[in-house]
Each structure stands twice: as structure tokens, then as C-alpha cells.
Design a protein around this ligand. Structure first.
Ligand SMILES: [Zn+2]
Length: 54
């Protein structure tokens, strides 16, 4: 069969970063949101850490 549905167990975390004033916060589609960071790079690191944690 060519059509394949993704398994329900494969929980994918789709993270984005949101700028708020001079702060940047990482957010995820699962509802998680990281702490406000002064730099976008830090927020992205938070997002990466969250995405690699079950
Ligand atoms: Zn997540």
C-alpha cells in the first residue's frame, strides 16, 4: 500500500519562537512554552531541548 498514516505514537513537537518586546519565547504545538529569553538563539535552544525530550 502506498498510503501510510503516521503512527499515533509518533508525537511530533513543532516548535516556534515568538518575539515579545525585547524577549523571545519558544512555543510548541503540544502546548509547551519556554521561558522568555533575551536572545532568540537561547529560545531556539530551549525549543530544541524540548523537542528532543519525550
Ligand atoms: Zn512539544
Amino acid at each position: 500500500m502506498l498510503h501510510q498514516d503516521p503512527p499515533a505514537e509518533a508525537r511530533h513537537h513543532h516548535t516556534t519562537t515568538t518575539d515579545r518586546g525585547s524577549f523571545c519565547t519558544a512555543r510548541c504545538t503540544c502546548g509547551w512554552s519556554g521561558p522568555a529569553r533575551r536572545s532568540r538563539e537561547r529560545a531556539r535552544t530551549d525549543a530544541e531541548l524540548h523537542g528532543s525530550t519525550p
